[in-house]
Design a binder for this molecule. Structure first.
Ligand code: PLP
Length: 398
């Protein structure tokens, strides 16, 4: 039997893989040196561990070791990329381009830069959440310094045509940043194939620890520079000061190593589970709609709306299934998700949306349990809504 509750919220965060925890543990207790104190063995041990982790991160995305900067997560990486490039190249221009469906960790730094006098163009997406590369080409001006387009969306899973956008940016001499927090470790990501200059990733989205991430900064063929946003001891080539959290970095490295090793088999297995979930739900209830692109999407994402059922109500009625509605990343903000609005959903459809995020530890038995439970709950909620409508004809249903 399945163990309850079932975790299907892997876009919000993932369980730290026990192998990652095992790799980290010695660096809390025996190997606790400061990676900068290399005049003794405690320090060199830590320094070597950091170097190994840097290689593991680089290998997962086709980068060189020296192109990886450790940060506290994708939020910090995005801030360093956007503010760092904007401030470093202020003499060249003041224009940035991004997309309506980006994570708040991209949109909010852009908003702050706009307050500081930068101009920001926010491009729309189509009904699937796709950005048309031609729109990027048309939005680029002589003053444009940076384009930021996420690789995979955290709500609807849509994958952007980044290689095409990369080609355009390169031709036009504009830096390209991508927030790849949801894509890295789930689909093959290669910085040269995508032609990106900066890339953000996060430990806790790939079965690693929370509080650590990395920023890829292109160096090999053309060198992108960023103005540091945190000054101090000069760690990470002076681009991100602060004593390195060696255990977390070791965990991030091991998480990357595991993703690389497991990805071919794992992504296929998870995709099959996701398709099983979608078919099961679609065959079990009518009035269900898929949000996001039907094929050009993350293998672990399913975002659906059930007509006439509020996502919140569904979540409340299904205590044993951990999923999310709207966006868990912006729980502090009320109102329908900006991503679902950007793909044209009205408030009611957006309110009816549920995001399933599958992961490494989900089983087929769990998915079958969830299918049965969701179908049952949706039917029940709809029945109640009809009964309520019959009893009090003056009250609108929804
Ligand atoms: C989770 C996430 C972030 C934030 O990452 P943290 O490491 O939690 O700061 C940024 N962007 C996307 C697309 C995400 O999914």
């Amino acid at each position: 039997m399945v163990q309850l509750p079932i975790y299907l919220d892997n876009h919000a965060t993932t369980r730290c893989d026990p192998r990652v925890v095992a790799a980290m543990l010695p660096y809390f207790t025996e190997k606790y040196g400061n990676a900068a104190s290399i005049n003794h063995v405690f320090g060199t041990e830590a320094q070597e561990a950091v170097a190994r982790a840097r290689r593991q991160v680089a290998e997962l995305i086709g980068a060189s070791d020296s192109e990886i900067i450790f940060t506290s997560g994708a939020t910090e990486s995005n801030n360093l990329a956007l503010k760092g490039v904007a401030r470093m190249y202020r003499h060249k221009g003041n224009h940035l381009i991004t997309v309506a469906t980006e994570h708040k960790a991209v949109l909010d730094p852009c908003k702050r830069l706009a307050h500081e006098g930068y101009e920001v163009t926010i491009l729309p997406v189509d009904e699937w959440g796709l950005l048309d590369p031609q729109q990027v080409a048309e939005a680029i001006r002589p003053q444009t310094i940076l384009v930021s387009v996420m690789l995979a969306n955290n709500e609807i899973g849509t994958l952007q045509p980044l290689a095409d956008i990369g080609r355009i940016c390169r031709e036009r001499g504009v830096w390209l940043h991508t927030d790849a927090a949801q894509a890295v470790g789930k689909i093959p990501v290669h910085v040269d194939q995508l032609q990106v200059d900066l890339l953000s990733l996060s430990g806790h989205k790939i079965y690693g620890p929370k509080g650590v991430g990395a920023l890829y900064l292109r160096k090999r063929d053309r060198r992108v520079r960023v103005e540091p946003q945190i000054d101090g001891g000069g760690q990470e080539s002076g681009l991100r000061s602060g004593t390195l959290p060696v255990p977390l970095i070791v965990g991030l490295g091991e998480a990357c190593r595991l993703c690389r090793e497991l990805m071919p088999e794992e992504s296929q297995r998870i995709r099959e589970l996701r398709d099983r979930l979608w078919l099961g739900l679609r065959n079990g209830v009518d009035g269900i709609r898929l949000n996001g692109h039907p094929t050009h999407r993350l293998p672990n994402n399913l975002n659906v709306s059930f007509a006439g059922v509020k996502g919140e109500a569904l979540l409340l009625a299904m205590k044993d299934v951990a999923v999310s509605t709207g966006s868990a990343c912006t729980t502090a903000r009320l109102g329908p998700s900006h991503v679902l609005k950007a793909i044209g959903l009205d408030d009611e459809q957006a309110d009816a949306s549920v995001r399933f995020g599958l992961g490494r530890f989900n089983t087929e038995a769990e998915i079958d349990w969830v299918i049965a439970h969701v179908i049952e709950t949706v039917r029940q909620l709809r029945r109640h809504a009809t009964m309520w409508a019959e009893k009090s004809p003056g009250v609108p249903v929804g």
